[in-house]
Design a protein around this ligand. Structure first.
Ligand code: MN
Length: 212
């Protein structure tokens, strides 16, 4: 089977599509320079190892302990960066629906009390990231919902969770526009968070739990 190297996935909206909540300059640097750098470094690390050509990002992250030792840590970090950024950009849209619907909406209400309570907890979790990292809404293997942080470019896969939606808390995600005001950035993120995509991830997971 012929497999291509990893691609920097194009943004699913124009650079100014999330403005004024996330401005065009922030998105351009974040997507075209920083995200692309993870993809390029991942491809460079794997270039000498065609055996792994058809592996997905998820397979590389979860299987990193079995990779050749000289590339294991690099692949773990760069594949994590590539996955996390792709997931983050795809989890935002211009003028999205303000609240999750369907089973995910119900799950959020049952787990956190209300969407407002969930938003408060998610923001607190985002504010609690020390150094560089990510805040996630995830589902566990039973479909239970959890808000977690991961450090650096670690993914929820490494702690046995399935990501539904995420916020990049590295300062490069907001510093150009919001300077040190991470709380304003988190409020802005909620105005572009694309819940239909999170619902899709949750439905996909539920199908797999039912079938599996
Ligand atoms: Mn980033």
């Amino acid at each position: 089977m012929e497999c291509k190297s990893f691609q920097t996935e194009p943004l699913p909206y124009p650079y100014d599509g999330l403005a004024p909540h996330i401005d065009a300059e922030t998105l351009r640097v974040h997507h075209d320079v920083l995200y692309k750098r993870y993809v390029d470094k991942l491809n460079a690390a794997l270039a000498a190892y065609p055996d792994y050509d058809c592996y997905s990002l998820e397979e590389l992250i979860l299987g990193c302990a079995y990779l050749p030792p000289d590339i294991g840590k690099t692949v773990f970090n760069q594949a994590g960066g590539a996955f996390n950024h792709r997931f983050y950009f795809d989890g935002m849209r211009p003028a999205p629906s303000p609240e999750p619907k369907g089973r995910l909406g119900e799950g959020i209400k049952n787990t956190f009390g209300s969407f407002e309570e969930f938003r408060k907890k998610y923001k607190e979790q985002g504010m609690a990231v020390f150094g560089s990292g990510w805040t996630w809404l995830c589902a566990d293997c039973d479909g239970g919902l959890k808000i977690v942080n991961t450090a650096n470019q670690d993914t929820p896969f490494s702690i046995g969770l399935h990501p539904l939606i995420c916020t990049d808390i590295w300062e490069h995600s907001y510093f150009l526009q919001y300077k040190a005001a991470r709380d304003s950035y988190l409020d802005a993120w909620f105005r572009v968070a694309y819940w239909p995509k999170a619902e899709e991830h949750y439905e996909g997971l539920r199908r797999c739990l039912t079938v599996g």
